[in-house]
Design a binder for this molecule. Sequence first.
Ligand code: AMP
Length: 420
Amino acid sequence: METKAPRGTYDILPPDSAAWHYLEGVLRSTAELYGYQEIRTPMFEHTELFERGVGTSTDVVSKEMYTFFDRSKRSLTLRPENTASCARAFIEHRVYSGMLPVKWYYIGPMFRYDRPQTGRFRQFNQFGVEVFGSRSPYLDAEVIILLVDILSNLGLMEYELHLNSVGCPKCREVYREKLIEHITPVKDSLCEDCNQRYLINPLRVLDCKQASCHQVIEGYPTLAANLCDSCQQHYSQVQSILESNGVDFTHDDNLVRGLDYYTNTAFEIHIPGIGAQSAVGGGGRYDGLVEECGGPATPGVGFAMGLERLLLALNLLNLQQTGKNGLDVFVITAGDQFEELSFQVVQELRTAGIKAAKDHNGRALKAQMKYADRLGAALAIIIGEDEVKSGQLTLRNMGTGEQQSLAAVDAIDRIKEMLV
Ligand code: AMP
């Protein structure tokens, strides 16, 4: 029997789960501050949704999907990302016929058959936002500001934001031809992938991971210099809104999203110093996506960020906030005959909203104390012969080791005071 989790996956055990609670709390509260509401979609979808909504020419769809047939021979895929699912839900529930825009956020696991390494997993968690139903450049800026605000709420002040505009299908078509013209004479010096894809999708050469491809195409015409007037204006507006809100960014000609339904803004955010996988989030505008997925033409903009990479950054910078994870009170039972009473006390504490537990393995007093410590208990109450006789409880501060006696009748109120 295999006792290791599958390659590229991992368990989160206590107390590490506390860091996740903390991170998810910051993500949710920041998104809600901006008026975003949570959407939850299934972990798997019809394969076709991702083929259309992410694109068959992307690595994610062509190489990285977990696709399987169910017992009725339907082709299903574990979601590699969540934007396509949000677009599907937007169409399925006819959200487009209500008041727009809608502003959604999500948190959950995604699945990609990628080569695992630091910061890269096969099951990983993303937080993301999607806004459907407005073309306003203020919303492009808003999602970016929200992303930056999340980083700053986490204490991650050092980041690099890369920004570009990929135009609209109209100006991109003209640009594509120019780019193909530039690449054709040097095509044989490109990597195999680029050599094959440059005619279908020359933009993909711009974000090729091979440095040599970048050298080969040096001096290439840029998207920014080839935008139509309206795309140029949209891009200038986004930049000036970011500037007036104090967000630093770098224009990056290589930042592209090669598919037709991506439009205008594209961005990526890196935290230098967390290793080769330094991108913590990325996103952009996708005015053609809802239509591509079978709905009415509806503009959209959003981003996704990786939770593992955020936690990695928090760890490396010693910003890990574990939050309060331990017990409030551990009830120590001094003698088997007090088992029932101590169990009742634990229940009373819980009823009063105090996190409480006790031993269930017949440990000696000292061993119970050690166990209480391991569970992160702030206080311990001892229940034994003396306590029962006197009606006084012995309360021990687990941090300082100080002990005091208190009347059983006001124990709950006193403990509550001590825990604040
Ligand atoms: P993408 O949809 O590829 O732009 O991903 C958005 C963000 O999700 C990235 O910036 C990463 O932070 C994170 N991410 C993507 N793929 C993985 C992976 N395989 N493992 C961990 N995080 C990932």
